[in-house]
Design a protein around this ligand. Structure first.
Ligand SMILES: *[C@@H]1O[C@H](CO)[C@@H](O)[C@H](O)[C@H]1NC(C)=O
Ligand SMILES: *[C@@H]1O[C@H](CO)[C@@H](O)[C@H](O)[C@H]1NC(C)=O
Ligand SMILES: *[C@@H]1O[C@H](CO)[C@@H](O)[C@H](O)[C@H]1NC(C)=O
Ligand SMILES: *[C@@H]1O[C@H](CO)[C@@H](O)[C@H](O)[C@H]1NC(C)=O
Ligand SMILES: *[C@@H]1O[C@H](CO)[C@@H](O)[C@H](O)[C@H]1NC(C)=O
Ligand SMILES: *[C@@H]1O[C@H](CO)[C@@H](O)[C@H](O)[C@H]1NC(C)=O
Ligand SMILES: *[C@@H]1O[C@H](CO)[C@@H](O)[C@H](O)[C@H]1NC(C)=O
Ligand SMILES: *[C@@H]1O[C@H](CO)[C@@H](O)[C@H](O)[C@H]1NC(C)=O
Ligand SMILES: *[C@@H]1O[C@H](CO)[C@@H](O)[C@H](O)[C@H]1NC(C)=O
Ligand SMILES: *[C@@H]1O[C@H](CO)[C@@H](O)[C@H](O)[C@H]1NC(C)=O
Ligand SMILES: *[C@@H]1O[C@H](CO)[C@@H](O)[C@H](O)[C@H]1NC(C)=O
Length: 704
């Protein structure tokens, strides 16, 4: 399969252009206030193609979206220093990672509306790392192998949504206070590569109680009346509660946590997506941090997997990390448990956050050409390598074994299929092999530049300062210990230089801005499990980042600006896409679009599940950004009131293929008794390409 697509990628030059409809929010002209702090907060929808496109994260070409559980959102926070008018924009978005394509598109939209107010230096785009969103929003070729090309409409949906959230934040700028709090959150994460972690020096490990970070750090925002207007927190854990056989779009555990807390704060009259009080759950040094907290076991025997290689009888396919859903296989339940644990801790921190964050706002930004980056370590010049992935990358992890038969810790004796693919594409150069040692290279992506670069080399690095809080906005997945080293190094520099005091907090936020896979410590790298195999610039990657972020910190202390670095390449104009377009939607015989295919029952009681099917066009025809494929409506007097949409936890929208869609509503226990119906809206394509809207309503039904 992979081979076929690699060929296709190299040979075919078909690019699809589809019309999609996006709503944009118009900005307000002025934001002049007079207060100690000014904050603006906004939320917007970023959900792309609801079906028919691969999902980003597990690298499983067969995992194709088939509908929506909850919508993916962007949550933007603008924080302004009124004395200097300096501002930072932190965006936490329910996508797998910040990417160059999304960032470039977002910055273009921001520039067109705001000029230089929101720019590449002060805007940070941090992905929550959900593995349950539609793919294709990366411009580099490697990621397009599993997504069957670049999906322009998803980059467009995500960047439009991020832009909309920033506009909403801009329009809500108000005098505000910021408070910080932190606390331990247990039972949410474990280290999925303890064998690698244990290769770090003993003395270093003994400084910490756990082999993953357990601290949630939270910023609380209140308005002039002291009311909570939002919060933003960081905690490292992979959003892989939804498994690799899931096909419904979801923000996973982080997105669910935001959803639940926002529902609680915004009242029952507010439809999902229309919240004004916004709570973001961002990710951090999550590289080796898994929500499958009961550890990896062999699915067949029930025995623990092999510690070093995460295998069962030498094979990785049966080794799975057990999370809260392992008894039932119910990943939505597992997602909810992890989300609720996040929410409980966040609420605790919101009520205990009384430490005012009141210093200056600042930021530093520079782009680095990683593959050509050199720095001095202990008097010796050190270089990074041309990007390459090791064999263990192809093994996947215990959160989702890879689609090919590799095992972690493999030193390269090799699978013939991958060896073949590798030879077709590119035999790694001698220097790359030397430089990446001891990584056995499966894909020398840094040497693969046709039809365009397979992995990035120009990388965004960024540091934000909000008073005593420093956010290292990082372009990838730092492991626990890598993140700790970065935090420690940057704190030391900034305290020594008097930029923050001893009570200052350094946060790692990622994967943000550009995606460069994993960043392990050199000691973890040697072990070459998944995370080491995915540390693409070689064993010195972390040390390079320590240098780069120190440079950013020092430039902040010196009040100088670093050069912006080489320009970010843009391959999106020549990007390839092999996803078959919808030629025409055809309804079943004697039916038309919007007709009921399978109706609801007449009466339900709370806790029961309503199910209805309609004749519908492919959900891919039009991305309903800020819209909904469904509404649950209640009869109030003579009017039907929308009470739920497709972003709600208890509703599901499913594309069944063959022009049939299914809508599911698990009737909430607090539902008001009454008369209800389900409304569906979608679009179908006629022969020739015209897209028409369609809608339908179920029969009325009672809920008692
Ligand atoms: C802001 O406050 C300063 C002094 O506290 C005052 O001089 C200025 O007029 C105020 N500006 C506005 C727009 O209220
Ligand atoms: C952004 O807008 C400003 C002001 O309109 C302009 O001077 C600048 O060149 C723009 N920057 C980019 C990257 O387009
Ligand atoms: C929402 O509804 C539930 C159940 O009817 C109620 O307990 C809760 O207080 C309501 N929340 C708000 C914010 O109105
Ligand atoms: C996914 O796989 C798990 C484990 O094999 C299984 O229990 C679950 O039912 C599957 N889920 C779906 C949606 O197929
Ligand atoms: C910041 O707040 C602390 C108390 O939380 C106070 O002691 C300090 O003076 C404040 N600093 C500024 C610059 O307002
Ligand atoms: C650099 O030197 C320090 C002590 O000066 C030492 O602890 C460290 O291991 C050295 N690093 C490398 C990569 O040689
Ligand atoms: C690779 O691993 C095998 C078995 O684990 C071992 O026999 C072999 O010597 C190793 N090769 C290298 C190059 O390290
Ligand atoms: C930093 O430099 C800018 C000009 O580049 C200047 O306006 C500002 O006052 C300086 N800030 C401090 C704290 O020295
Ligand atoms: C449903 O409930 C209505 C009144 O609430 C009743 O008239 C009707 O008979 C019920 N239908 C069924 C199929 O139970
Ligand atoms: C309703 O309550 C029952 C019992 O507590 C629970 O199992 C079920 O999940 C709840 N349903 C919804 C939709 O919340
Ligand atoms: C559903 O309820 C509405 C409002 O009472 C009514 O107008 C309509 O006729 C009902 N539909 C059916 C199929 O009974």
């Amino acid at each position: 399969m992979l081979k076929m697509w690699v060929y296709a990628l190299l040979l075919i030059t078909a690019q699809l252009h589809r019309n999609t409809v996006f709503g944009a929010v118009s900005p307000r002209a002025t934001d002049e206030y007079n207060a100690s702090s000014k904050v603006g907060i906004g939320i917007a929808d970023v959900t792309g193609t609801a079906a028919g496109v691969n999902m980003m994260g597990y690298a499983m070409p067969g995992q194709i979206a088939e509908g929506i559980h909850i919508r993916q959102r962007s949550r933007a926070f603008i924080i302004i220093d009124p004395s200097t008018n300096k501002r930072v924009v932190f965006v936490s978005v329910d996508i797998n990672m910040g990417t160059t394509a999304v960032r470039t598109a977002t910055l273009k939209k921001l520039n067109a509306t705001f000029g230089n107010l929101y720019n590449e230096e002060n805007v940070a785009i941090s992905g929550t790392h959900t593995h349950a969103g539609p793919a294709g929003f990366l411009q580099y070729a490697l990621y397009q192998i599993t997504s069957f090309g670049y999906v322009k409409e998803n980059t467009e949906a995500i960047s439009t949504g991020i832009f909309n959230s920033i506009v909403k934040a801009h329009n809500s700028i108000q005098p505000a206070s910021i408070y910080v709090s932190s606390g331990e959150l247990l039972d949410v994460n474990v280290n999925r590569s303890p064998f690698s972690y244990e290769n770090n020096p003993k003395e270093e490990r003994s400084e910490y109680t756990y082999d993953v970070d357990k601290e949630m750090i939270l910023l609380k925002f209140t308005n002039a009346n002291g009311d909570v207007i939002g919060s933003l927190n960081w905690f490292p854990v992979h959003p892989v509660s939804m498994m690799n056989n899931n096909t419904l779009i979801s923000g996973d555990n982080k997105g669910a946590a935001s959803y639940f807390l926002e529902r609680e704060y915004n009242g029952n009259g507010t439809l999902t997506g229309e919240e004004t009080i916004v709570h973001a759950f961002s990710n951090s040094n999550l590289g080796d941090s898994s929500p499958n907290i009961f550890g990896p076991y062999c699915a067949d025997t029930g025995n623990p997997c092999d510690y070093k290689t995460s295998t069962c009888n030498g094979k990785k396919d049966n080794c799975w990390g057990r999370g809260y859903g392992y008894l039932t296989g119910d990943d939505i339940y597992a997602t909810k448990i992890i989300a609720e644990l996040h929410v409980t801790k966040a609420k605790e921190l919101i009520s205990s956050a009384t430490t005012l964050v009141n210093g200056s706002i600042d930021y530093r930004y520079t782009r680095i050409d990683m593959q050509n980056y050199k720095f001095t370590r202990n008097g010796t010049e050190v270089s990074l390598c041309k990007a390459a992935l090791g064999y263990s990358m192809a093994a996947g992890t215990t959160d989702g074994p890879g689609g090919f038969n590799f095992i972690q810790g493999d030193n390269g004796t090799g699978n013939p299929f991958w060896n073949l693919v590798r030879r077709i594409i590119k035999e790694p150069a001698k220097e790359t092999i030397e430089c990446q040692r001891p990584k056995p290279i499966v894909l020398a992506t840094g040497e693969m530049t046709s039809p365009y670069d397979f992995t990035p080399s120009i990388v965004d690095t960024q540091l934000l300062k909000i008073g005593n809080i420093i956010i290292c906005v990082v372009p990838g997945e730092f492991t626990t210990m890598s993140g700790r080293r970065l935090k420690k190094t940057i704190k030391k520099v900034l305290v020594e230089r008097g930029v923050i005091d001893d009570g200052g907090i350094v946060i790692v936020s990622g994967p943000s801005n550009t995606y460069t896979h994993y960043i392990t410590t050199p000691e973890e790298y040697i072990v070459q499990r998944y995370e080491g195999a995915s540390t693409i610039y070689g064993p010195n990657t972390l040390d390079a980042y320590l240098q780069i972020y120190q440079d950013l910190a020092n430039s902040m202390a010196d009040n100088i600006t670093l050069p912006k670095g080489p320009a970010t390449p843009d391959f999106t104009d020549k990007a390839l896409n092999f996803i078959l377009p919808i030629i025409v939607d055809i309804p079943p015989l004697f039916k038309k679009f919007g007709d009921i295919w399978k109706d609801v029952k007449a009466n339900y009681t709370k806790g029961e599940t309503v199910e209805v099917e309609f004749v519908g066009g492919h959900p891919k025809n039009v991305i309903q950004l800020e819209g909904s494929f469904l509404y649950v409506q209640r009869l109030e007097g003579e009017k039907w009131i929308n009470v739920k949409n497709d972003g709600d936890w208890t509703t599901k929208f499913k594309w069944l293929g063959h022009s049939i869609v299914r809508i599911i509503w698990e009737i909430d226990n607090d539902t008001i008794a009454g008369t209800y119906r389900i409304f569906y809206q979608g679009y179908h394509k006629l022969l020739g390409g015209t897209i028409e809207s369609e809608s339908g309503t179920s029969s009325n039904f009672t809920v008692s």
